[in-house]
Design a protein around this ligand. Structure first.
Ligand code: GLA
Length: 731
């Protein structure tokens, strides 16, 4: 087992293939965090903890003459609160007498030979028996609160998962105001923080800052993981690059309000806590009840950021996304949104489907506008009944007719939303998240349904279920087009309003779970105005997520690259759209649009009437290539070949097939220069002494030449030009 407990030293040691994680129970039962990083053998790492008295750092009563022992200075595995540690804490709670003091001590622990699960929330799945669990229970006997720290160890994948479970073992209600899923203390400073910020149409932009003293926060309180701040951060040692150096990744498997805080303290230790955002959070933990926090996924790499990302890619592909979509080729889509927007009818849809079929597309996705009174974004959300004036015979006829021409059918929903102008609102105004004493905030003309209410969940489930039972639908696009505000449930008493945001996202998870179990082969693609809910929580139910409403390939390079730090390309919804692009007006060749969209789940979203015959035959070829490269792209090892710190005028990236015999190299010029220098692209992950040839040519190179000297493309005088070549290992 990859977990050891050494009783004589009261030491817990977790080991994965390339990392080690250590904790120790100290003389008064505080669970110390002693180490996370490169493997160091069987060393008790507590020798690193300084035994130094410092002013204004108080001492626990039972050891108060030991002035060097202070919670304010010790590295801890999960903090207490209000009892002498003045740094950020991982919990905040109020007990019956109004006190906010919580003081945890070690109670007991267990080693289990399988992975734990979490009730009502997504978690990393264990398929093999090389995953085990460490359970450590801490207790505050005075308020009657037990906290179970859970560790799942995916040894061969270099992944440790963590979560916590709180149980009220007392006789009175405890009000939880903050419950983090993880706390981790490093006895070092000098880290850079990398995180992924953005906005609608420009999600997950890489940002790197050196940590300074005090607290930096990465968070969302929009009721969704958000376009603005992804629930994923990286700490790197300062010299770390894509391929060299130490770095740590922390990903929260959660799609609602989240917060990560990182503090560099007075003596240069670094603490990171991550979990549900405590803003808008207040949970009444009644006697004998349990609160489950979302899971966090941790990995360490001593080979830079590429390896760190690859660790996340493997675990997400194999242990998070629904397993039934792992080994099948996903559909190549035509989506009618950017082709027609709301302006379509049966004839237009069938025509577009036939045109797309001819070039090799195999799934038609009918986007927004097919239901209720939805002719624009003012009305109809909530009324999930086909609009027969646009689609005579409804979805049953449309899906049959598509099937008859050999096209699979997919359908857009926005289940969690409602328009004031809808039949649903007329019959159930109380189902909206809304403070009854005020007018609601309206966004994109819509409001949000109260998913914390089981009646609302049942209504949505029944509406979708009825459509899936009545037509052959192989795919659902699950959209979510606004942030939450007026978060108030009419179904809950005033004292429980602080629970609504979390119960809302649990309601969404429960709906997705019901659909996944009844329709396991219906592929659900997540979406939230593009990539506003691109997170590991959604990926548990939806193996792919529409990456951004920005389909401009040059903007997409940055969005998809930012996304790649945490998430595999097999999860990134990406389509070829029109030129000039609808979001930026940029005019980019079909070739470049194809190369960028291929590093994702692939499809088309444009009006085929506007294509020439030459375009159509180029698309046919693109689809053939995509099919040929499918497994290299979707399951191969992905490497970023351009560094964010360099001011490069191109982007390059590569996929190495699982058996390492094929390498797909991609390059796009993003800002051509006059009289340009020559880019020499250094490949990665090849065998030094072996020979590779470029498919379709006589060119041959040693792996060493390609990795250490680089491959040279000859550039034209043309912006946004692109290259894609396949290198094949010589037998
Ligand atoms: C969101 C999605 C788009 C499209 C529209 C339809 O913005 O991200 O792809 O489905 O909604 O309203």
């Amino acid at each position: 087992m990859s977990i050891r407990y050494v009783e004589s030293k009261k030491l817990f040691q977790i080991e994965t293939a390339h990392s080690m994680y250590q904790m120790k129970i100290n003389e008064i039962g505080i669970l110390l965090h002693t180490y996370y990083g490169e493997k160091l053998g069987n060393m008790d790492m507590s020798y690193q903890i300084p035994s130094v008295e410092r002013g204004f750092s108080g001492n626990p009563y039972e050891i108060s003459t030991h002035h060097e022992v202070s919670l304010d200075l010790l590295p801890q595995e999960y903090t207490s609160s209000g009892v002498g540690d003045h740094r950020i804490s991982s919990i905040d709670a109020i007990s019956n007498n109004g006190s906010r003091s919580i003081d945890f001590r070690y109670k007991c622990h267990k080693l289990l030979s399988s992975k734990y699960s979490i009730e009502g929330l997504p978690y990393v799945r264990a398929h093999k028996d090389d995953v085990c669990t460490l359970e450590i229970i801490l207790i505050d006997e005075i308020i009657g609160l037990e906290i179970k720290l859970l560790y799942g160890v995916f040894e061969s994948k270099d992944i440790i998962t963590r979560t916590v479970e709180l149980t009220n073992i007392g006789k009175t209600t405890i009000i939880l105001e903050k419950v983090d899923s993880i706390c981790i203390d490093f006895l070092n400073t000098n880290y850079d923080l990398i995180h992924f910020q953005g906005r609608h149409c420009m999600e997950r932009q890489f940002e790197q800052n050196t940590l300074n003293h005090d607290i930096q926060t990465i968070s969302s309180k929009r009721g969704m993981s958000s376009h603005q701040n992804n629930p994923y951060v990286i700490l790197t040692e300062l010299a770390t690059t894509e391929d060299i150096g130490n770095c740590y990744g922390f990903m929260l498997m959660y799609s609602g309000n989240h917060k990560t805080e990182i503090e560099v303290d007075q003596t240069n230790n670094t603490r990171l806590v991550m979990g549900i955002n405590d803003d808008y959070f207040r949970w009444e933990l009644e006697p004998n009840s349990v609160f489950h926090a979302p899971e966090t996924i941790l990995t360490f790499s001593n080979l830079g950021l590429n390896k760190l990302s690859q660790n996340f890619h493997n675990i997400i592909r194999e242990n998070i996304c629904p397993i039934q979509f792992q080994n099948i080729q996903r559909p190549i889509l035509i989506n009618n949104w950017e082709a027609t927007y709301f302006d379509f009818d049966y004839t237009k849809i069938i025509k577009l489907a036939k045109q797309a079929l001819e070039v090799g597309v195999n799934m038609f996705v009918l986007d927004d506008g097919w239901f209720g009174n939805r002719n624009n974004d003012n009305a109809g959300l909530g009324d999930w009944i086909a609009n027969e004036s646009k689609l005579p015979g409804g979805l049953t006829k449309l899906s049959k007719d598509l099937k008859a021409i050999g096209m699979n059918f997919g359908l857009w929903f926005e289940p969690e939303m409602i328009n004031e102008n809808s039949e649903l609102y007329k019959s159930h105004p109380e189902w909206v998240l809304q403070d009854p004493s005020r007018k609601p905030v309206i966004s994109r003309n819509q409001m949000v349904l109260d998913l914390s209410n089981i009646d609302v969940q049942n209504y949505i489930f029944k509406s979708i279920d009825k459509i899936l039972e009545g037509s052959e639908i192989a795919y659902i696009k699950w959209d979510f087009n606004r942030s939450l505000s007026n978060v108030y449930s009419n179904a809950l008493p005033n004292s429980k309003q602080g629970e609504v945001s979390h119960k809302f996202i649990c309601g969404t998870y429960s709906l997705l779970e019901r659909l996944n179990s009844k329709y396991p082969n219906t592929l659900i693609e997540g979406c939230a105005g593009g990539g506003g809910r691109f997170d590991a929580g959604m990926l548990y139910y939806c193996p792919q997520i529409w990456c951004s409403d920005n389909t401009d390939p040059i903007a997409r390079l940055k969005i998809q690259k930012g996304t790649s730090y945490g998430y595999p390309v097999s999860t990134m919804g990406s389509h070829v759209s029109a030129a000039p692009n609808h979001q930026t007006g940029r005019d980019v060749s079909l070739k470049t649009r194809g190369i960028v969209a291929m590093s994702g789940t692939f499809g088309y979203e444009l009006d085929f009437d506007k294509l020439t015959d030459i375009d159509k035959s180029e698309i046919t070829k693109q689809i053939e290539n995509f099919k040929k490269y499918y497994w290299i792209i979707q399951k191969g090892t992905y490497f970023r070949l351009t560094n964010n710190k360099e001011n490069s005028f191109y982007e390059a990236w590569e996929f190495v097939s699982k058996d390492k015999t094929k390498i797909l190299l991609n390059m796009v010029v993003t800002n051509i220069k006059a009289n340009s220098e020559i880019p020499r692209i250094k490949l990665k992950g090849l065998e030094k002494h072996l020979i590779y040839h470029i498919e379709g040519t006589k060119e041959k190179f040693t792996g060493a030449a390609l990795m250490y000297a680089g491959y040279v493309f000859s550039l034209n005088i043309e912006d946004y030009q692109s290259f894609q070549i396949l290198l094949v290992l010589e037998k």
